[in-house]
Design a protein around this ligand. Structure first.
Ligand code: MN
Length: 322
């Protein structure tokens, strides 16, 4: 913070060449039969505030008639993710198209539809499943993980569903506030650290200027369309990491462009991500994995899902101590 005295932010944050914009590309991964774009974490960037994981699924259309397909064809049935555990994080699912059924070991059963947000606080431990509804033939969603601060890492697990979020139109763009506060709006979303998440959709060409907090770091992911920042263009599944100490950012959005702005106070605790666990040291992760493998009641059972529990790969560093 005191550093901002010696490095005052520029009015035009986007052309502050002392802090160039970092371009991050996605890699593809398979999640429950769906090919998704994984943007975080990657070697060049682990975190944006407490945001520690970012998957972008779709937009994708599935076959309307599975029976017409000869043999198994991954993707045609949509997404189907069997029971798996989480610790030390919140899963944050923002739905843009399609319908997904969430079930968890607390007994929650919730369909998430476009414009809605599911937030599962894993805390000490939870297990869940996610599957496309049988009559849902498309999917477009972002799933993020939010790391819990050290003092909250063992908080009691809970599940929250938000179907009404603050929405407004400004400077030619449609805003939905997913978490945190922005321009006098406040999202209802449960948060354990200072952070913000905003979905912006631009029906036409727009150039919204967004005020930023200098103590937050920010990233902008293009979900669809094209974003220009200064002279740099970013296409779908590219993330522009803006860093901190900016007063504002001007986004140039082409017609039909949708972006996700994530921000937060740089996360003070060092964390480890392994499989579906966030831990603050190796011993925490080793214990969580051992307990999941042993069917320990820490994670409970997911009622109603017909399928096998997912199992993690062996931890490569499990014998290297703490
Ligand atoms: Mn999960």
């Amino acid at each position: 913070m005191s550093d901002s005295q010696s490095r005052p932010p520029h009015e035009d944050g986007t052309t502050d060449d002392r802090q160039p914009i970092q371009r991050l590309a996605a890699r593809t991964a398979d999640v429950g039969g769906i090919s998704i774009n994984r943007i975080l974490p990657q070697r060049a960037r682990r975190l944006i505030g407490a945001w520690c994981f970012l998957d972008h699924a779709g937009p994708a259309i599935f076959s309307a008639d599975d029976a017409s397909n000869a043999g198994p064809s991954p993707g045609n049935r949509g997404m189907r993710v069997g029971p798996h555990p989480h610790t030390g994080l919140q899963t944050f699912t923002w739905m843009l198209a399609g319908e997904i059924l969430h079930r968890d070991s607390l007994g929650s059963e919730q369909v998430i539809r476009p414009g809605e947000l599911n937030l599962m606080t894993a805390g000490h431990g939870i297990a869940h499943t996610e599957e496309s509804l049988a009559d849902s033939h498309e999917l477009h969603a972002a799933q993020l993980w939010i790391a819990l601060p050290y003092q909250d890492r063992h908080t009691q697990p809970r599940f929250d569903h938000y179907n009404e979020l603050p929405r407004w139109t400004d400077q030619g763009a449609d805003f939905t506030l997913l978490t945190g506060a922005f321009l006098g709006h406040q999202a209802p979303t449960l948060a354990f650290s200072p952070l913000v998440g905003i979905d912006l959709f631009s029906p036409g060409n727009s150039h919204p200027t967004l005020p930023l907090r200098t103590d937050f770091e920010y990233g902008v992911l293009v979900l669809e369309g094209r974003l220009t920042l200064g002279k740099e263009r970013f296409d779908s599944n590219e993330l522009a990491y803006l860093g901190s100490e900016r007063l504002q950012v001007e986004l140039a959005l082409e017609p039909g462009t949708r972006v996700l702005l994530m921000g937060g106070e740089p996360f003070g605790d060092s964390i480890l991500l392994w499989w579906n666990f966030v831990g603050h040291n190796k011993a925490e992760i080793i214990e969580a994995q051992r307990q999941w493998e042993a069917g320990d009641p820490r994670f409970g059972e997911v009622p109603g899902f017909d399928g096998q529990r997912l199992m993690p790969p062996p931890i490569p560093w499990a014998t290297s101590g703490n």
